[in-house]
Every structure is written in structure tokens, then in C-alpha cells.
Design a protein around this ligand. Structure first.
Ligand code: NAP
Length: 475
């Protein structure tokens, strides 16, 4: 994978800042140096928070916020190749998937601009109770205050977009801490924001030791909201440590999907083969547990396994690569050990199960026991399990048998069964005749149980990032 190393600086109060120490960003594919960014600590994080707080003293009207968001969307579209390449290089995300992410970020900014233009409160029907007669009341949506955004490595552009675009639409200034493995896309986005005319202080980006930066953001009373996307243990511990702030959590999943006997099996197989292994399974809604009605189990495998074997494993920079590296060699070793555990528990490996060069092959594991890690934990690697079931109730119970609840899917022709299943599946989202990896950026997106406590998607995130203030007038 050929790369040219990029150097980017932190953004604090409108200035591009160096600190004298550096974080090296290396390709997860071949270890080549992709770039470097300054490493910030507590002092820079406090300065970033000062700048954000100061910016909010001079609010920007909605039309200006929306215009900046629109200009960022246009710049992302115009610089698509550069943006996709940055994602590919630092995350090791195959170009196919990196292009989709870059394109989706355009939608995220566009939708946030739309929402900024229509952000408004309600009229309260005051004469509906005797106490309100003779009064008029309305609500205002007031920006919550400085938002601290903490983002993961796996969507280094669009999950940053899902925090900063709604925050700006809501009128909130942001201190962003991107993942240390993938800070370059976030800083490229920050450059586009400043070029789009965002005034100083509205977006500040600090990279560096997570716990040090995290501690400052948790402790600083001026940070009114922490918007976190990442792993469940880190997310829930942040929430416990910041009980007086709003802490929105978008966390992991062990994504299940049910394939009923009356489904279009060929269509289901092709959607699931693509979505269990895209970006080597490193999506919070990567297809992980497939439950297939026993009568069509072998028939489904006949469609599914050849598609899995056809996936191209290799250099993420090549446009036809489907499956690239995991983010770090330690992650590859972890996933390999989970595959070995399932094997040791008697499960059959139907595809993959080992390495191709340094890369994990797409792996399909038949009928592992429910307590195998590949079933009970979030794999976050190119692995799915496939298990037969006899009744739809049994399949729903298996799908729900997890502490996670982000998205689930079902392939089925019968509409009544589909809607009953959608009600019974205990997840934030249910897809019918589509892989549960599907997300359009305007959708409400988020989980129940340990998967989180909020919804993203610009319209929904803006609700979280604004307070409702009631104004009562005596007539
Ligand atoms: P992670 O290790 O939890 O890291 C996420 C972010 O949190 C990074 O910026 C990380 O910084 C930071 N962080 C780590 N410890 C912290 C602390 N003590 N205080 C403050 N910040 C801290 O997660 P990841 O490995 O990057 O991402 C994978 C996880 O994210 C998976 O579980 C996946 O399911 C989940 N995810 C969820 C969604 C969703 O929308 N629900 C979307 C994508 C990913 P450093 O990088 O510097 O450690």
C-alpha cells in the first residue's frame, strides 16, 4: 500500500497547534507511516474547552450555521477521492467501503444543514388546563453548551461527522477527541470546516492519551454533554463518572439476523455475505449471528458459502478488495483465539478459520454453543456464526439472547410475521429483508440495553444537544 505521510496539527481556538510530541499513524495493512499528529494533554484540552466556551458567547444565527454545514458537504463531495484515500490509509478500510463512508459524510452534513434551518420549539396549548387560561407559552430549543465528542477508529470520518455536524446545527461548540489510531480524517474534516468559514473556537480537535483527555472533559463543568461512540466498557464508565452531564452512548452489538424459510434465500445470502465481512467485520452492526430456519439451512449455505469464498482478501488500497486488515495485530490474534475456542467447543468451521498472508480470512462457524465468545461477545472481526432454528419464536429468543441491542435483521416474506418479529426483537433498529448493517444517515440510530442510551442521525442528535426552555407570557 503506497502512501505519502501527512502531517496535521491540532485545532484549538482557530489556530493549528503543535505540542512537540507526536502520535505516529501507521497503516494497519503494512505498518507504513501514514502521517503524524501532535499529542495533546490536559493543558491543550483545557485550552480547547476555553475556546469552545468563548465561541458560544457570540452565537451564530441558524442561517450561518446551515451555510457552513452546506459548504462542508460540498467540499467533502468535491474532495471525495482524497477523503476516501485518507480513511483507507489510516483505518486500513478497503477503498470500496472508504468511498461509501466519504459519500455518507456528505449526507450527514447536508441533513444537519436542513435541520439547522428548521430548528424551532412548539406552542403549548395553555388553555387546555384551568391553570393555563389567560397565558401563552412557547418553547425554545437552546443549545446545551459545549459538547465533548469522542469517536472510534472504525468510521474515522462519518462518525465524527455525526457528532460535529448536529452540534453545530444545534448551536453548540465542540471539543473533539478522535481515536488515536485514526486522527487524520478528523483533522482533514476540521480543515474543511475552517475553509468553509466556521469561526474560531466552534470546533476544536485534540488528539492524545485518552484517559488524560477524557478526565479533563469529564471534570470540566463547562462541558455540558459528552457524545461518545466506542466500546461499551469505556462508554459506560464515562457515564458513571459524569452523572451531572448528559452522556450519550453509541456502543457495540453482537448483531443477529434471522433467515426464515419463505425468504428470498439468494438475496439474503448476497446481502449477508457482503455485510458480515465488509471492513473485516469492524462495524458495530456487522452481521455476526445468523439464524436460519432448519428446513432451508443447507439450501441457504449453498448460496452463502460460495459468495464468502469469492470475497477478495488483500490490500485495502485496491478498488476490488473486500476484506482488509484488522486495526492491529493484537486484534487479529484475539479473533483467531475466539475462532479456536469455538473449534475447541465442537463447532465446525465452514469457511476461513485462519490467515491469508497476515490477514484473517472471512470465517463462517456452524452452530457454536451460545456461550462461545463468537456468539456471546462482539467479535469485531471477519467472523459470523450460522445456527439452525425450528420456530420463529425460538429464533427471536436466540437473537435477543445478548446483552446488546443495537440493530437486528430478519429475512422473511410473510408480512405479519415480519411485523411481529420487528416488535419482539429487542433492538434500537430492525431491518426487514435487508442486512442489519444498513444505515442511512438521517435515520434514528442507536441501541438499547448495553448498546447505548441515545439516538444519532442529525434530527435526533440535535434534540439531545439542545435543551427545551419554556417561555410563559401573561396575556
Ligand atoms: P474504544 O477503544 O472504546 O475507543 C473509542 C474512543 O474512546 C477513542 O477515541 C478512544 O481513544 C477513546 N477512549 C478510550 N478510553 C477512554 C477514556 N478512558 N476516556 C475517554 N476516552 C477514551 O473503541 P474503538 O475500539 O475505537 O471502537 C470500536 C468500538 O466502537 C466497538 O465496540 C464498536 O461496536 C463501537 N462502535 C459503535 C458505534 C455505534 O454507533 N453504536 C459505531 C462505531 C463503533 P484512543 O483511541 O486514544 O484510545
Amino acid at each position: 500500500m503506497a502512501t505519502t505521510a501527512t502531517e496535521r496539527h491540532l485545532l484549538i481556538g482557530g489556530e493549528w497547534v503543535e505540542t512537540g510530541s507526536w502520535i505516529e499513524v501507521r497503516s494497519p495493512y503494512d505498518g507504513a507511516l501514514v502521517g503524524r499528529v501532535p499529542s495533546a494533554g490536559a493543558a491543550e484540552t483545557r485550552r480547547a474547552t476555553d475556546a469552545a466556551e468563548r465561541a458560544m458567547h457570540d452565537p451564530l444565527p441558524a442561517h450561518e450555521r446551515a451555510a457552513v454545514l452546506d459548504r462542508v458537504a460540498a467540499a467533502l463531495a468535491e474532495r471525495h477521492d482524497e477523503v476516501a484515500q485518507m480513511i483507507c490509509e489510516e483505518a486500513g478500510k478497503p477503498m470500496k467501503a472508504a468511498r461509501v463512508e466519504a459519500q455518507r459524510a456528505v449526507s450527514t452534513f447536508t441533513m444537519a444543514a436542513v435541520e439547522a434551518r428548521k430548528l424551532a420549539g412548539d406552542l403549548v396549548p395553555m388553555d387546555a388546563s384551568p391553570a393555563g387560561v389567560g397565558k401563552l407559552a412557547l418553547t425554545l430549543r437552546v443549545p446545551i453548551g459545549v459538547v465533548a465528542a469522542i469517536s472510534p477508529f472504525n468510521f474515522p470520518l462519518n462518525l465524527v461527522a455525526h457528532k460535529i455536524a448536529p452540534a453545530l446545527a444545534a448551536g453548540c461548540a465542540v471539543v473533539l477527541k478522535p481515536a488515536s489510531q485514526t486522527p487524520l480524517s478528523a483533522l482533514l474534516l476540521a480543515e474543511l470546516e475552517t475553509e468553509a468559514g466556521l469561526p474560531a473556537g466552534w470546533l476544536n480537535v485534540v488528539c492524545g492519551p485518552a484517559s488524560e483527555i477524557g478526565d479533563v472533559l469529564v471534570e470540566d463543568e463547562r462541558v455540558r454533554m459528552i457524545s461518545f461512540t466506542g466500546s461499551a466498557p469505556v462508554g459506560w464508565s464515562l457515564r458513571e463518572r459524569a452523572p451531572r452531564k448528559k452522556v450519550s452512548l453509541e456502543l457495540g452489538n453482537a448483531t443477529p439476523v434471522i433467515v426464515a424459510a419463505d425468504a428470498d434465500l439468494g438475496d439474503a445470502a448476497s446481502r449477508l455475505a457482503a455485510n458480515a465481512f465488509s471492513f473485516a467485520g469492524q462495524s458495530c452492526i456487522s452481521v455476526q449471528r445468523i439464524y436460519v430456519e432448519r428446513d432451508v439451512f443447507d439450501h441457504f449455505l449453498g448460496h452463502f458459502l460460495p459468495l464468502v469464498e469469492d470475497l477478495k482478501v488483500g490490500d485495502p488500497a485496491e478498488e476490488d478488495t473486500d476484506v482488509g486488515p484488522l486495526i492491529a495485530p493484537s486484534e487479529r490474534e484475539r479473533v483467531l483465539s475466539w475462532i479456536d475456542e469455538a473449534r475447541g467447543l465442537g463447532a465446525e468451521i465452514l469457511a476461513g478459520g485462519g490467515l491469508e498472508g497476515d490477514l484473517l480470512r472471512p470465517t463462517v462457524i456452524a452452530d457454536p454453543p451460545p456461550d462461545a465468545k463468537v456468539v456471546s461477545e462482539e467479535v469485531f472481526g471477519p467472523v459470523c456464526t450460522i445456527t439452525p432454528y425450528d420456530t420463529l419464536d425460538e429464533a427471536i429468543a436466540l437473537a435477543n439472547g445478548t446483552r446488546y441491542g443495537l440493530q437486528a435483521g430478519i429475512f422473511i416474506a410473510d408480512v405479519k410475521d415480519a411485523l411481529n418479529a420487528a416488535r419482539a426483537l429487542d433492538f434500537g433498529g430492525v431491518t426487514v429483508n435487508e442486512a442489519p448493517t444498513f444505515r442511512a444517515d438521517q435515520m434514528p440510530y442507536g441501541g438499547v440495553k448495553e448498546s447505548g442510551n441515545t439516538r444519532e442521525g442529525p434530527a435526533y442528535a440535535i434534540r439531545e444537544m439542545t435543551d427545551e426552555r419554556v417561555v410563559v407570557l401573561q396575556l
